[in-house]
Design a protein around this ligand. Structure first.
Ligand SMILES: [Zn+2]
Length: 235
């Protein structure tokens, strides 16, 4: 093909129309992104998965306090964050793993639970699945704050109790429970956890795992539909 004038004109027209198409695609992508954001926002506010709302708030809490926790001695840089809850109360930074001994939310877990989690996480990693700790041990103060948040989120103590236990009853406060994410890690545990004595306890919390050593030989016990059905929560 020669570089004749008509051919160049044709090329130019094609370029122009490609530019227009590209511009249109950008507009479409922007609209789609806006709609996607709206639908995400509305699905979280309508409570399709209520805990996600709480979890995003917890992330906010973690983020808020990370600056203060960045101080070498862990002290708040000024009076503004005194009384605020941070890592010392069990808030865990994003990306925390079951191997992060320096994070109290991990270090204060029951040693048996932690050992089982580390074995499972090692084997899961071999299968290409990464475990992250969304929540582990929590101080009573932190648990109470979560409960207060849940009551205001769900509008009643009864509904909040389906998702967040009290400081007296929470297995997180005693160091006997961990919330594992993301969903593929929870799915891996759902399939393989019993081999390590790690069991899902509640149908509505597929990320919440506790140690049930007998599960290694006998499988995990039946789940409760939600924490209100758990006799341990009847206090
Ligand atoms: Zn949990």
């Amino acid at each position: 093909m020669t570089h004749s004038e008509p051919a160049r004109a044709t090329t130019r027209r094609i370029r122009i129309s490609r530019t227009r198409v590209a511009g249109l695609l950008v507009v479409i992508a922007a609209i789609a992104a806006a709609l996607g954001y709206q639908s995400l926002a509305s699905s979280s506010s309508t409570g399709a998965s209520p805990i996600d709302v709480l979890r995003s708030e917890h992330r906010g809490l973690r983020g808020e306090h990370r600056g203060a926790l960045g101080e070498p001695d862990g002290a708040a840089p000024d009076g503004a964050t005194v009384g605020a809850l941070g890592e010392a109360d069990g808030a865990v930074p994003d990306g925390t793993t079951v191997f992060d001994d320096e994070i109290p939310g991990v270090a204060n877990l029951d040693p048996g639970l932690l050992g089982a989690l580390r074995q499972a996480a090692t084997d899961a990693a071999d299968a290409g699945v990464e475990f992250y700790v969304d929540s582990g041990w929590r101080s009573p103060e932190y648990q109470n704050q979560l409960l207060r948040e849940a009551v205001s989120e769900y509008g009643s103590e009864e509904e909040a109790a389906r998702w967040v236990a009290t400081a007296e009853t929470s297995a997180h406060v005693s160091g006997d429970a961990v919330d594992i994410g993301p969903s593929d890690a929870a799915a891996w545990l759902s399939e393989h956890g019993a081999e390590y004595g790690l069991c899902q306890i509640y149908d509505n919390e597929p990320w919440h795992y506790e140690l049930r050593p007998e599960a290694i030989d006998h499988g995990c016990p039946p789940t409760y539909s939600d924490p209100t059905q758990d006799p341990r929560m009847q206090q």
